[in-house]
Write a new protein. Structure first.
Length: 299
């Protein structure tokens, strides 16, 4: 049985204020607890308080020495591609090359309008970013076909291209991961859906003569007592994503760490090697400690 790594989404503004914890302390706590990564979402204008992902992760990187830092997920197509490359290269430098680059093209039309990028161009611009980022980070002169005037640029200093995990569970995301990614990063799906996606991923990667990307799942948890119930968390998922409650009722990780480990072992059996967990309730530090117990049980 292969190893299974667990990372945690860093606390948002409201949780930081509630639990009297900032990003530096949160990242150090996750590292000291023995988790494998700290992660942060990339949002511009979603109608809720959010921090800028590259700056938040740079803060986490500066406060830690071992733990990976990850984007869950970075949306390069919201930015000029050279700017996205500069942010990624900078995160590699300040973290000592500890970055995992989850990439997506999501968010509603309002977020894309705020960035001045047509919503209909998000898929094409994401594919262009995935194609050009390795060259830009390597410091190669690169022509930017999606930018006005199609300039040719050379960025410095160079940085190693981080592993790229393609977010979303859609067929398009699986195709993109097989063709351009190092990992597939779906969120809030069942072990059965992971196994089905892995089969498609294997077939498509073989067609492109590429190794099968690793699989990381996005999960949500509230462990121990005095936290939201599985029903409550699943109802929130159902409402937020317009999915039937029966489809998502088994997804939240709740109860004793042993129960969560058993649930994650089903994902491991289906082909996943990583779980990136968003905490849905309870004191953030305590929840991280419980996730560390889950990680130890899986090993």
């Amino acid at each position: 049985m292969g190893t299974f790594e667990i990372g945690v989404i860093l606390p948002g503004i409201a949780v930081q204020q509630r639990d009297h914890i900032d990003l530096r302390e949160a990242a150090r706590h996750a590292e000291d607890a023995g988790l494998d990564g700290v992660w942060h979402g990339d949002h511009l204008a979603i109608g809720a308080p959010t921090l800028d992902a590259p700056i938040a992760l740079a803060t986490a990187a500066a406060a830690t020495t071992r733990i990976r830092i990850g984007t869950s997920v970075f949306i390069p197509a919201l930015r000029p591609i050279a700017w996205a490359a500069k942010q990624i290269a900078t995160l590699q430098h300040v973290s000592g090359n500890r970055l995992i680059l989850g990439i997506g093209s999501g968010g509603g039309p309002a977020q894309w309008a705020a960035a001045g990028v047509p919503y209909t161009e998000r898929g094409r611009r994401t594919d262009t970013a995935l194609t050009l980022l390795p060259r830009l980070l390597a410091g190669e002169r690169t022509q930017l076909h999606d930018e006005p005037g199609e300039p040719s640029v050379e960025l410095a200093p160079p940085a190693p291209m981080p592993p790229v995990w393609i977010g979303n569970a859609s067929a398009a995301a699986i195709r993109r991961a097989a063709r351009l990614g190092d990992g597939w990063f779906p969120s809030l799906i069942s072990p059965r859906e992971v196994a089905e996606g892995r089969k498609k991923l294997f077939e498509l990667a073989a067609e492109h003569d590429r190794p099968t990307p690793v699989i990381a799942i996005g999960a949500t948890s509230a462990l121990g007592t005095g936290t939201p119930s599985r029903q409550e968390i699943a109802s929130g998922i159902s409402s937020a994503y317009g999915r039937p409650l029966d489809d998502v009722i088994d997804i939240p990780l709740t109860g004793h760490p042993k129960e969560a480990a058993e649930k994650l072992s089903a994902y491991r059996d289906a082909g996943a090697a990583h779980a990136i967990v968003g905490i849905a309730g309870g004191d953030w530090r305590t929840q991280v400690d419980l996730l560390a117990e889950v990680r130890n049980l899986l090993r």
